[in-house]
Design a protein around this ligand. Sequence first.
Ligand SMILES: Cc1cc2nc3c(=O)[nH]c(=O)nc-3n(C[C@H](O)[C@H](O)[C@H](O)COP(=O)(O)OP(=O)(O)OC[C@H]3O[C@@H](n4cnc5c(N)ncnc54)[C@H](O)[C@@H]3O)c2cc1C
Length: 408
Amino acid sequence: MSDPLNHSYYAATAHAWRPHSFEDEDRDCDVAVIGGGFTGLSAALACAERGFSVSLFEAEHIGFGASGRNGGQLIPGLRWTASELEAEFGRERADALFGLCWCDNRVKARIDRHGIDCDLKPGHLEAAWTPKDFDAMRREADHLAARFGYKSDVVAKADMGAHIGSTLYHGGIHDPQSGHFHPLNYALGLAKAAEAAGVRIVEGRRASPDTARARFVIDATDSWIGEVEPDLGRYTVPIMNYNIATAPLANADALLPSDAAVADSRFVLNYFRLSADKRLIFGGGERYSQTPPRDIAAFVRPFMAEVFPGIADARIDYGWGGAVAVTMNRLPHIGRRGNVFFAHGFSGHGALVTTLAGELIAEAMAGTAERFDVLASLPSRPFPGGKWLRRPLATLGLLYYAMKDRLG
Ligand SMILES: Cc1cc2nc3c(=O)[nH]c(=O)nc-3n(C[C@H](O)[C@H](O)[C@H](O)COP(=O)(O)OP(=O)(O)OC[C@H]3O[C@@H](n4cnc5c(N)ncnc54)[C@H](O)[C@@H]3O)c2cc1C
């Protein structure tokens, strides 16, 4: 295990992949994509489908970043509720955002179209940490149904057993439109589709906007964006987040009877789901230090034990982590500067929206920017504090909210 952060269940069960393209002399292309995660792969594939010649450069290997390490929870929307978006931006913009971010499931479309084998399963439960959280969730679910016809099931505390074998939560919302998947195999499936569409994929190549002679550059490096475009680096801070996978569990179906993925409503949330081979994949706890805990399993296990005391001592086969790029307002930062397009800072809510963002970049590049602009017009501002103080100041803010969690 050379990289302790990369000792993941996903890496251990990844489908075989080797890019066919190799570095060659001719580096001219229409589009150079930097970063081989969901955003870069989706953009590269969509650009190739529109007839652009595309080279994609990935510093390590496909899915090395957050895309190959995440919780695999496919939750429509953004980190803000639809009501919050409407209160802030008005009805028209909220409608446009809802249409794209809640209803336009490009991940499912890609999986179906390319036959990507990535253990996709339907169902997601948002579990209320407090009765107050449950009230807020219920109000939002009613609003989504009344305003947009978006249907989800309000689950009272007494009925939670249909979805989760834990008494910790005060009710929840089950959304059948959400789901979960094996994120690395989805990324690899996108990479294969991109290659088939003509994208030249170069792994092991750390790139800059000058690496290729290209008409357009797409910077899809998320947590690393400051290394490529220092100014964009001011808009996010990386927060380390850790996951574990237990050994396959004989009682897995009792833990999550409906096989939905679950995320709870704490600020530093717990999120978990079953893998195809009935392991519990559990994410919990954030660390504001960039240094990983020496023993990731020991770090995450207490969070799992709090939710499922019956498996407190279960064998843990994998533990890994990754950086979540978080913006000031937790909305993604998407835009264009000259011939450089970028999309980053999905703030822990990128598994669905990254594929959409990549496709909308391709659409804008081909001349139709209307839908791209819906995302690009989300407000953003850099973290205060300059290069040295940015992270400590952001950490203080996050610690404040984490403390509020603990105080209830
Ligand atoms: C532990 C964890 C759990 C998460 N869980 C969820 C979840 O359950 N649901 C959800 O919706 N979201 C989740 N997220 C967030 C989600 O994974 C991300 O928003 C999404 O994967 C970002 O995709 P991306 O393609 O923009 O970035 P990444 O996947 O990080 O890709 C960026 C790539 O750029 C490459 N790169 C960097 N610099 C260079 C360079 N100079 N040249 C070439 N390549 C470079 C990196 O190696 C990397 O592969 C989670 C994130 C983490 C870390």
